[in-house]
Design a protein around this ligand. Structure first.
Ligand code: NAD
Length: 247
């Protein structure tokens, strides 16, 4: 029960890595609010957690909307009394925005992957400050460290923004007892499912551990940073990529 009595929001918790984090957090004793734009899937994950003795609810949220964030945090506190943990996990890959050279696609990726993290961190920190403690975990990517010709340039830019914004937020909110860290997953499903077989094989070949990752392997890293075990860890970067960017 590494998150006993904690209250957590996981954005993008209806699917993929966010779902793995929400389920793991609930197993570790947290009450979890799943925030996602996918209502059917998010409701189903929350119901499944509740059916196995966990505590969870779903709040439909578009993370690009400041008004949605304000409502999400207010509903979290109204339901569970406080907010201890925020995981800014919601995001999109470059393949969902089309033309890699169009400004519109760049702006869409930046809004969903980066501006959302600014909004969520700012508003969650405001709710945590009166408690004198809190943990915010921002999901970046290995693309927050390196570029790649075969992914959308806006994806790497958005994930780089998350990496450095996390350090600025750690400096700003540290004196209030709030820790802010970033996690950098390597290649894994579900996002990688959009890549063809040859692309997947090339990525496996370039990974020292010679396989793709699994969402639960990221969730365990997020759990550590979210928990009190990481009480002196802030402004840092946890890369979970099978060694892909180590070489
Ligand atoms: N899978 C990978 O290979 C990989 C690698 C590095 C980083 N990441 C990052 O991990 C995070 C999760 O990715 P995933 O692989 O689980 O993908 P996913 O597509 O399975 O999950 C993303 C979730 O975010 C939600 N979402 C998207 N836009 C939203 C919005 N505007 N408001 C609210 N919710 C929204 C989606 O509905 C979905 O449930 C993303 O930030 C992604 O960039 C993934």
């Amino acid at each position: 029960m590494r998150l006993k009595d904690k209250v957590a929001i996981v954005t993008g918790g209806a699917h993929g890595m966010g779902e793995a984090e929400a389920r793991l957090f609930a197993r570790e004793g947290a009450a979890v609010v799943i925030a996602d734009r996918l209502a059917k899937e998010g409701e189903a994950v929350a119901a499944d957690i509740a059916a196995s003795q966990g505590r969870a609810r779903f709040v439909q949220t578009d993370v690009t909307s400041e008004a949605n964030w304000t409502r999400l945090i207010a509903e979290t506190i109204a339901t569970y009394g406080r907010l201890d943990i925020l995981v800014n996990n919601a995001g999109i890959s470059g393949s969902s925005v089309g033309d890699v050279d169009a400004l519109e696609g760049w702006q869409t990726i930046m809004a969903i992957n980066a501006s959302s993290v600014f909004l969520g961190t700012k508003l969650a920190a405001a709710a945590m400050i009166p408690n004198g403690r809190g943990s915010i975990v921002n999901i970046s990517s290995i693309m927050g460290f390196v570029g790649s010709a075969d992914s959308h340039p806006g994806y790497a830019a958005s994930k780089g923004a998350v990496r450095i914004y996390t350090k600025a937020a750690a400096a700003k909110y540290g004196p209030s007892g709030i820790r802010v860290n970033s996690v950098h997953p390597g290649y894994m499903p579900p996002m990688l499912n959009a890549t063809n077989a040859a692309g997947r094989a090339a990525k496996i070949d370039a990974t020292p551990l010679r396989r793709l990752g699994e969402p639960i392997e990221v969730a365990y890293g997020v759990l550590f940073l979210a928990s009190d075990e990481a009480s002196f860890v802030t402004g840092t970067e946890l890369v979970i990529d099978g060694g892909y960017i180590a070489q």
